[in-house]
Design a protein around this ligand. Structure first.
Ligand code: ATP
Ligand code: MG
Length: 159
């Protein structure tokens, strides 16, 4: 799996993380897969909220802890462009038991109403589980600086 050179950005506040998500959304369209990596509280959901704002999808983005996946209907894209739905997945509880790579059937089994090919799919904790859903994916790695609110993000398309 080829991982392209990743850009790095510093995100001092949660507002910066959301703004970064809005920027990323500009280059996203139907069928795109975004994998968010990072430890607990790194800002994955905050970033997903920014992506949702940038896509202009409907509904509030929150942590989908109890439902695994939340579907957001397409709305008006702030920058113009083709409206697109977003599916926000928290894969944390998919594949518990150490067999994460063997569990993508669980995602297929969620039986989403949204056609994944017609949506932007954003997955927290999805590394090693969901890459097969698309030919390439946008990987975003969020890291926390010790004793500070600052996050750093590295991102790039992985084919
Ligand atoms: N620079 C920052 N970027 C993102 N979040 C920040 C930042 N500084 C502080 N925070 C806070 O950190 C928390 C990030 O929570 P968030 O739910 O987005 O993380 P997460 O990676 O989705 O966690 P989980 O692994 O539990 O799903 C929020 O409470 C947010 O306000
Ligand atoms: Mg989260």
């Amino acid at each position: 799996m080829a991982e392209s050179t990743h850009s790095v950005i510093h995100l001092p506040t949660v507002a910066d993380t959301e703004a970064f998500g809005r920027r990323l959304a500009v280059e996203l369209s139907a069928g795109d897969l975004v994998v968010l990596d990072g430890p607990l509280g790194a800002g994955k959901t905050a970033l997903a909220r920014g992506i949702a704002a940038g896509l202009g999808v409907r509904g509030r983005v929150s942590s989908p802890t109890f439902i695994i996946a939340r579907e957001h209907r397409a709305g008006e894209r702030p920058g113009g462009g083709e409206p697109v739905a977003m599916v926000h997945v928290d894969a944390y509880r998919l594949g518990l038991g150490g067999q994460r790579s063997a569990t993508f059937d669980e995602l297929d089994a969620l039986d989403l109403d949204t056609d994944l090919a017609g949506a932007v799919v954003v997955v927290e904790w999805g590394e090693g589980i969901v890459e097969h859903l698309a030919d390439r994916h946008l990987l975003v790695r969020l890291r926390r600086e010790p004793d500070s609110d600052v996050r750093t993000a590295q991102w790039g398309w992985v084919a």
